[in-house]
Design a protein around this ligand. Structure first.
Ligand SMILES: Nc1ncnc2c1ncn2[C@@H]1O[C@H](COP(=O)(O)OP(=O)(O)OP(=O)(O)O)[C@@H](O)[C@H]1O
Length: 218
């Protein structure tokens, strides 16, 4: 279970963008979080993934209170999350070839020995051909780069996936392909999902349940 308890967060303590947000996702459940632009969805998603320290409240992961944020989060908790953001170009190191981008989390946790086996497997899963793996971000399309970012999010086998407007920049066929990859992974692994966005039709089709921002935060 992933619990967000009374989360208040933002970029200025005097004016938080998220106030007293509560959301619980059962193990293996997929929840869509809908809300207008600028309401604070991304901020809350980053708190849930332990990437942004809230001003108040708790994140509880499978019964254990989050012990820190970003690099201070305990490794076991940090690696429980795979995160995909809206803009792949902002979340991909422009110097890395796609194969290195996908391998990044493995190297960061000292599992470099698994790169040779896992990276091609993940690339195939997200539909990236071998010919693209040596290219750097500026040499591929947004959709191809987002596929690599999804592969990176899955490479450590996370128990939770946080997709923040993952498909907002993509065409319908790439959107469908990436949602399929996420659902296939969840089917095998039992991972839970928080999918943030403003496309009601997509989220209602994709997720077990959809909640509006007003049901989650003040
Ligand atoms: N790094 C930052 N520094 C200061 N303010 C920020 C920062 N990031 C976001 N904000 C502000 O916080 C508010 C909430 O932003 P957030 O990105 O969480 O909203 P959102 O609901 O995800 O929006 P969108 O759907 O447009 O991505 C906005 O007013 C935004 O301008």
């Amino acid at each position: 279970m992933l619990e967000l308890r009374a989360i208040t967060a933002g970029y200025d303590r005097r004016a938080p963008v998220v106030r007293s947000a509560n959301l619980t996702i059962a193990s293996g459940e997929s929840v869509g979080l809908l809300g207008p632009s600028g309401c604070g969805k991304s901020t809350l998603a980053r708190v849930a993934a332990l990437l942004h320290r809230p001003d108040a409240g708790q994140v509880v992961i499978d019964g254990t209170v989050a012990g820190g944020w970003r690099h201070r989060a305990p490794r076991e908790q940090r690696t429980a999350f795979g995160v995909v953001f809206q803009q792949p170009r902002l979340s991909a190191d422009p110097r890395l070839a796609l194969r290195e981008l996908i391998a990044e989390p493995l190297r960061a946790v000292g599992r470099s020995a698994e790169v040779t086996a896992l990276v091609p497997e993940l690339a195939a899963r997200v539909g990236l051909g071998k010919d693209l793996m040596g290219r750097r971000p500026h040499e591929v399309s947004d959709g191809q780069l987002q596929r690599a970012c999804l592969a990176r999010a899955l490479v450590l086998g996370p128990r939770w996936l946080i997709c923040d407007e993952m498909t907002a920049m993509l065409d319908a066929s790439t959107t469908a392909a990436l949602v399929h990859v996420v659902e296939e992974y969840r089917g095998e692994s039992g991972a839970g999902l928080l999918a943030v966005g403003h496309d009601r039709v997509l989220l209602e089709r994709w997720c077990d349940r959809t909640v509006g921002w007003g049901q989650v935060a003040e």
